[in-house]
Design a protein around this ligand. Sequence first.
Ligand SMILES: Nc1ncnc2c1ncn2[C@@H]1O[C@H](COP(=O)(O)OP(=O)(O)OP(=O)(O)O)[C@@H](O)[C@H]1O
Ligand SMILES: O=C(O)C1=C[C@@H](O)[C@@H](O)[C@H](O)C1
Ligand SMILES: [Mg+2]
Length: 184
Amino acid sequence: MQNREIPLREKSVVFIGFMGVGKTTIGSLVAKKLYRDFVDVDVEIEKEYGMPVTEIFKQLGENEFRRREKELITKLCNQRLNIISVGGGAFLQKEIREICLEKCIVFFLDLSWESWKDRIDLIIDSRPVLQNRTIEEIEELFYQRQEIYALHHSRLATDELEIEEAAAYIVDSIKLAWDLYDPR
Ligand SMILES: Nc1ncnc2c1ncn2[C@@H]1O[C@H](COP(=O)(O)OP(=O)(O)OP(=O)(O)O)[C@@H](O)[C@H]1O
Ligand SMILES: O=C(O)C1=C[C@@H](O)[C@@H](O)[C@H](O)C1
Ligand SMILES: [Mg+2]
């Protein structure tokens, strides 16, 4: 259904932020706490093509990945009640930014560069955009990307937070917004 005005309580929640900030980990926990479905756009695309994102980039090219990413996010944003983790580069596309901000609650997970650097070993192998780049180049990309993540409805600084604490904070903040702006 094309829903111009989705009630706040039914809006999907979209997590944005740089690779590795915790969109998948924290997002899936938020979904559990709210009894909603969790959709990880990278994982969905990987399932469809039957290969990891690194291979999709290699074999089909980044443009094909970005095309499918836009199509899928548009479809998900037109549904209700999903908790969605989008890829770190999704907000580079204007159409994706616009539809997410219009139809969903967009949460920016904000991790500092200093904390992010400590996580690099956990993620480097599975993120094609990070490969063959020096740490200085990754730092430059990290700061460049902050401009696109500045477009959000709500932000959480996660440097000092465990995964569980971050998810609990987000759930409380969503419920507060429901009670304030869509009281029942
Ligand atoms: N608050 C946190 N504290 C400590 N570790 C965390 C926290 N959030 C996430 N992590 C860890 O950081 C790694 C990256 O997290 P995750 O895969 O959720 O990031 P992502 O934002 O989904 O990345 P991508 O955009 O590349 O998919 C995981 O190993 C996860 O366990
Ligand atoms: O930041 C990016 O450009 C990307 C992040 C990942 O989540 C994947 O969506 C893909 O590797 C591209
Ligand atoms: Mg992820």
